[in-house]
Design a protein around this ligand. Structure first.
Ligand code: ZN
Length: 363
């Protein structure tokens, strides 16, 4: 009896909603949950007023929620296991990690950025810092409206390998960023499959050679698969699964570096996105030009920034297991990793879907 009543009231609700706004363009319904009329993009709807907007489902939220602790954990326990031998550039473990990432994209049906997923980097390029050739792994989701503009989401997947008898698993550095990029990619893929492809293209860039001198990102920016002139932004993740001493009391934070350096608009967008969805404390300590750590210059995003491409670097600070064999997957805070990965997803979603391309107003 209860169920029948509920069903009846739902019908009434829906028909009211339809007669109210459906006559305008047939794309709104009484409640957001039922809003799924045709496979197309929300921006194509002729949204007439705030009343209509209210009925529209928050698609970003729906897809962000497909990034979960569980999935991140499962992947990170593999990537940061002893089998991968600390993923040292040019060595067996790094090649295995590349294979793991390629396999993930292949199974999900997210295509390579080029003819293959692997961007090959010859051994000479590493100036003696790698014994062998190495490779970036690059996947791609094509934008539906401005496919020639690109948002790059990056993380390095190499680490420092085995020292003596001990394996440096690099769970936080940068297994956390690597799995985050992969999960962000699956969220965009889900959106695309549902007819909600981003307006601009998204590039998922897993760089090698970071630990030996930012070589993978340097190589990509010197041999870009997509023109740098059309690269709208780079969101780079390096260590987002832990917290530092300063935030032990309130770990719901992330350090942001570089967001305001080239584009005021990017900084404002990033702030607003966090406020709307994730509500993490955004700590700008390391964004200070006078900070002695100079983190702005120390990870892969810098190779984009120096080409005048606005960047944000997401980082959890240095902790006691940094570059030690004790940087293991059991020490990762998966709820934090999930939240921060979702923040990067929301920010990328906003950059990719907004009407105008991000404005660069600083040098
Ligand atoms: Zn790192």
């Amino acid at each position: 009896m209860k169920h029948i009543l509920l069903a009846l009231s739902l019908i009434v609700l829906i028909s009211c909603g339809t007669s109210k706004s459906g006559s305008q363009n047939g794309t709104t319904s009484a409640n957001g949950e039922n809003f799924n009329p045709i496979k197309t993009n929300p921006t194509e709807y002729n949204v007439k007023d705030a009343e209509d907007l209210k009925y529209m489902k928050d698609y970003a939220k729906e897809y962000a929620e497909s990034i979960t602790e569980d999935k991140l954990k499962r992947m990170l326990y593999t990537l940061a296991s002893d089998d991968y031998e600390g993923r040292k550039t040019g060595e067996k473990g790094q090649k295995m990690a590349a294979e793991f990432i390629v396999d993930f994209y292949t199974k999900l049906g997210i295509p390579p950025a080029d003819t293959t997923y692997l961007q090959h980097i010859p051994v000479d390029y590493f100036k003696g810092r790698s014994k062998n050739d190495s490779e970036n792994v690059v996947a791609f989701i094509k934008g539906f409206e401005k496919p020639e503009e690109y948002v790059i989401i990056s993380a390095h997947y190499d680490h420092i390998g085995v020292k003596g008898e001990e394996i440096n698993n690099g769970a936080d550095d940068d297994g956390s960023g690597t799995t985050a990029v992969m999960q962000i990619a699956q969220a965009f893929k889900k959106a695309t499959d549902a007819g909600m492809a981003p307006k601009r293209s998204i590039v998922f860039l897993h760089v090698t050679g970071e630990e030996v001198g930012l070589f993978g990102s340097k190589y990509y920016t010197e041999h870009p698969i997509f023109p740098l002139d059309n690269t709208v932004a780079n969101l780079n993740i390096d260590m987002i699964g832990r917290y530092d001493e300063k935030h032990a009391e309130n770990p719901e934070f992330v350090y942001l570096i570089g967001s305001d350096k080239l584009s005021t608009e990017l900084h404002e967008l990033s702030e607003a996105t966090n406020k709307k969805y994730t509500n993490l404390e955004l700590d700008y300590t390391y964004n200070d030009e006078n900070d002695p750590n100079r983190f702005y210059y120390r990870s892969d995003h810098y190779n984009f920034a120096k080409n005048n491409i606005p960047i944000i670097f997401y980082f959890n600070g240095v902790h006691e297991d940094y570059h030690k064999p004790t940087d293991t997957p059991d020490k990762i805070n998966y709820d934090l990793l999930q939240k921060r990965a979702q923040l990067v997803f929301y920010t990328a979603w906003e950059i990719a879907n907004r009407e105008n391309r991000l404005t660069v107003d600083k040098k």
